[in-house]
Design a protein around this ligand. Structure first.
Ligand code: SF4
Length: 457
């Protein structure tokens, strides 16, 4: 068993029995579920919107190369700079050059899973550059020295009491502050950082091909401050975030808001066409968009291509019985939950992360709640097949299944051994796979064939 799998199993086991964790997650997901039901009421034809969105993403991904080139051409024409990054190293190198050019000392960041993926904060820290998260959830996580727990709500596993205690410990605030008071503390701390920052770094929810622009969606206004106060704006975006046209935002914005947080539309939605033009008051003097592959082109293989349609709403995480029990950090990957279990083995390595695709009951709830009806649970099954075909299944497991197949393929083989012999064989071979928390499997004294014979006497 590789170290990552062992770590995943150990963390999962400890979280499953953590009552406080379960209670906090259940409370937050219940609130989310109620909000989503409310958000859906804005639609008279929700199913049509979901199908339309899927179709648009299909179109964008089938012409990914052309869509990205169209974006680059338009964005560059307005003075923006596009950097193509094949991997995290390329992206970090480009950021390093910009940091060096302006001798940056302070970076403000908005929430971005892609920057987590490339380890940006750690990298900037090594360069001696202070990097401050400005999304409240991310700010809380940064204070606590933890990665985000969820792709939409980074501090979902923390209660308001946990956060008040954290602020008291790290910022010296009075203990037991209310959520409003905590928000005011964070706001006060962050305002100065916005004013002093040399560079603002964001992700992007959508790359708009025909407009040569990027779109960002948020609830706190921190993206607007991150992108308008510092002189330089760098956006790091996964290449799969492309959509064909500006008008498609009318489909994606409400869907993302409804399924992400249960809102009709998110509070702030911004479209960035490039650096500020002559005569414009606001905006950065320079704007860069880093188009990141980092393994995404491997997702183009037909078995998992649909995963590139994901708009990172987080809905499948909230619906997953496994995620709700083991929590986001157990996965040991930037992207957790069902969609994380589909894409991580391809973005990273099937050998090291393939076990995540087995962490699913295949109940299909993820597919059911996905706004784009992405066939997530089928792709988990496809990943399992790829994992086995590539030879990553442990020898013991392979042998066990071979034995099982031989045992159940012939009636004689099933009937010949006594129940005691079967119990012993199970204990020796299958018990570790069965798990210690299930009641042991006990074979009955009489076989089905024997019972059938007696019944028909
Ligand atoms: S796979 Fe679907 S439900 Fe899951 S995060 Fe992506 S868009 Fe949302």
């Amino acid at each position: 068993m590789n170290d990552l799998k062992a770590d995943f199993l150990a963390k999962s086991e400890s979280k499953v029995f953590d009552d406080k964790h379960r209670k906090t997650i259940a409370f937050n997901i219940d609130k989310y579920n109620a909000a989503v039901e409310n958000g859906k009421l804005q639609y008279s034809h929700l199913d049509f919107a979901r199908k339309k969105a899927k179709n648009l993403k299909w179109k964008a991904i089938e012409s990914l190369d052309k869509s990205l080139e169209t974006f680059e051409k338009k964005f560059t024409e307005r003075g923006g700079k596009v950097i193509w990054a094949e991997d995290a190293e390329d992206a970090l190198k480009a950021i390093n050059e910009i940091v060096d050019k302006v001798k940056a000392k302070l970076v403000v960041k908005s929430k971005s899973m892609v920057t987590e993926e490339i380890g940006l904060n750690h990298f900037l820290e090594k360069l001696g550059v202070e990097s401050v998260e400005t999304d409240l959830g991310e700010y809380i996580q940064q204070l606590d020295g933890e990665p985000p727990y969820h792709i939409v709500t980074p501090a979902m596993h923390k209660s308001k009491e946990d956060i008040a205690a954290l602020f008291a410990q790290k910022l010296g605030t009075e203990p037991g502050l209310t959520p409003t008071e905590l928000t005011m503390v964070a706001r006060q701390k962050l305002r100065n950082k916005f004013l002093q920052a040399d560079i603002g770094i964001t992700g992007a929810n959508f790359i708009i091909a025909d407009a040569g622009a990027i779109a960002l969606t948020e609830n706190e206004g921190n993206v607007r401050l991150t992108t308008s106060l510092p002189k330089i704006h760098i956006a790091i975006v996964g290449i799969e975030n492309v959509i064909p046209s500006l008008k498609d935002l009318s489909v994606f914005w409400p869907l993302l808001a409804t399924f992400g947080t249960g809102q009709k539309v998110t509070v702030y939605n911004s479209i960035f066409f490039g650096p500020k033009s002559v005569g414009e008051m606001d905006g950065p003097e320079e704007m860069y968009v880093i188009l990141l592959d980092n393994g995404r082109t491997k997702l183009l293989r037909k078995e998992v291509r649909e995963s590139m349609y994901c708009i990172r709403c987080g809905s499948c995480l909230n619906a997953c019985p496994v995620y709700k029990n083991i929590g986001g950090h157990s996965y040991g990957s930037t992207y957790s939950g069902p969609i994380g279990a589909v894409i991580t083995p391809h973005l990273k390595s099937m050998q090291e992360y393939g076990h995540l695709s087995f962490a699913s009951s295949l109940c299909g709830n993820c597919t059911e709640v996905c706004p784009l009806k992405i066939n997530i649970h089928s792709m988990l099954l496809e990943n399992r097949a790829i994992y086995v075909d590539e030879g990553h299944a442990p020898m013991k497991e392979k042998m066990s299944w071979r034995l099982f197949k031989a045992g159940v393929s012939y009636r004689l083989m099933m009937n010949l051994p006594t129940s005691n012999m079967k119990n012993k064989a199970f204990e020796k071979v299958f018990a570790p796979l069965w798990g210690s928390h299930r009641a042991p499997l006990v074979f009955p004294k009489k076989t089905f064939a024997k019972l059938w014979k007696e019944h028909n006497k």
